[in-house]
Design a protein around this ligand. Structure first.
Ligand SMILES: [Cu+2]
Length: 427
């Protein structure tokens, strides 16, 4: 009986193994194909999110990286403004629990400070749809190399949504990196190395114990053997005095180690506070972002071969000055009207279409005037940034921010969004 079962199990295991190998091969091929289609090994996933998610959730603008070349230990800042878009998709929960972070390839720079709405924000934030927030992130360079560093907002259920990224060159050596902080008791420690010996010790200890535990039970007839004993109704016989001794011994041993070392740690560090969690509310938004401009979306289409989004709006200028449409920004990708932006803009080139905005009528809209204008955002970066994926979304909609400029230098902006019809034929 046992023998028949054993051979059945072996056959099953063989089939299973064959399937696993096939799956592994498929995954491997897929991974290689994925890397090949990305083209460079430098990308770190910022383009992998759905187009609608990147366009309709967050509007990052006025982004600045204070330095692009720094030494290890040197601090630099990412500053900007963040609009929580009205077009926020239903697929993602609104950012009532969100965390402002940076997206970088590992801890190449440590995040020292995050300021949102003028206040230090060390925890999760509750941000409101339709509001805009000014932010500042202070980073300290840690690992030498050339790294792409993004602002990023992690949203509960939506995951991390990266903003625009910039290449930062860090010079020097990580061996020189220091991260001193003064504790509440007045002593200064280096966070980079603080308690590192204990961290290694604990990992090693539990690794050895865990491995010994697994090894012991595996050596006792192995997993399949024990399974067969249980399956044939002889499970009770598996647990003899030796098994009980080992089980109780391990339990008592682990509890003793935890208890004794907890007492030792509590004596060594009498004043501790728990890791701080919780959600900060009432974050101060930017006051009065409403433009004296009324915009009605009349419709638009996205031409897949031409990589252009043409959207028609009826725009009423209620400002006292004439206005010109100078910029459209979506998912951090900036389309500039070269007639308005006559000078070079300091912004990462991969997301700057500096001649990408074309208007059906480029003359300024006078005060009180209403005009119907088709605004075309055209650039290969739609494809490179994989935003043209909007044509394949179940809800082909775009969202972005339009910027208007007056002769006296005032800048207004307004969110625009709507459905677009994808077009797959050129011309
Ligand atoms: Cu990047």
């Amino acid at each position: 009986m046992l023998k028949t079962m054993l051979s059945a199990v072996t056959r099953g295991a063989k089939r299973h193994a064959t399937r696993l190998v096939a799956l592994g091969l498929a995954a491997g091929v897929a991974a290689v194909a994925g890397v090949a289609s990305v083209g460079t090994a430098e990308a770190h996933g910022e383009k992998s999110q759905a187009a609608f998610l990147r366009m309709r959730t967050l509007g990052w603008y006025d982004m600045k990286w204070s330095k692009k070349v720094v030494n290890v230990n040197e601090e630099f800042e990412i500053t900007g403004k963040l609009r929580i878009m009205n077009a926020w998709p239903v697929a993602v929960r609104t950012p009532e629990t969100a965390f402002l972070n940076v997206g970088e390839p590992g801890p190449v720079a440590v995040r020292k400070v995050a300021i949102v709405g003028g206040q230090f924000q060390p925890r999760s934030l509750a941000l409101e749809v339709g509001k805009e927030y000014e932010f500042r992130i202070v980073l300290k360079a840690r690992r030498e190399g050339r790294w792409h560093i993004h602002s990023q907002l992690s949203v509960e259920t939506g995951g991390p949504i990266p903003g625009p990224g910039e290449w930062i060159e860090i010079k020097g050596s990580m061996n020189d990196f220091r991260n001193p902080v003064t504790l509440l008791n007045g002593t200064t420690i280096d966070l980079e190395t603080y308690g590192i010996g204990e961290i290694y010790m604990w990992h090693l200890l539990w690794f050895i114990l865990g491995f010994a535990w697994l090894f012991y039970w595996f050596s006792q007839k192995g997993f399949v053997g024990r399974f067969l004993w249980v399956a044939s109704g002889r499970g009770e016989e598996l647990i003899g005095p030796n098994e009980i001794r080992i089980g109780v011994g391990a339990l008592v041993g682990v509890l003793l180690v935890v208890g004794i070392t907890w007492g030792w740690a509590a004596a060594k560090y009498p004043n501790t506070i728990p890791l701080q969690a919780g959600n900060l509310k009432n974050i101060v938004p930017i006051a009065d972002t409403d433009a004296p401009i009324k915009i009605k979306y009349e419709g638009g289409d996205y031409k897949v071969p031409g990589r252009e989004l043409a959207a028609t709006y009826t725009i009423t200028n209620n400002a006292k000055e004439p206005i010109r449409i100078g910029e459209f920004i979506t998912a951090g990708l900036r389309f500039l009207n070269p007639d308005v932006y006559t000078q070079k803009v300091d912004y990462p080139d991969y997301i700057l279409a500096d001649k990408g905005l074309l208007l059906s009528d480029n003359t300024p809209i006078g005060p009180g005037e209403t005009r119907k204008i088709t605004i075309t955002a055209k650039d290969a970066r739609w494809d490179i940034e994989r935003l043209s994926g909007l044509s394949y979304d179940v809800d082909s909609s775009f969202a972005g921010i339009l910027f208007f400029f007056t002769p006296s230098g005032t800048r207004y902006h307004q969110e625009v969004s709507g459905f677009v019809l994808p077009t797959f034929i050129s011309g």
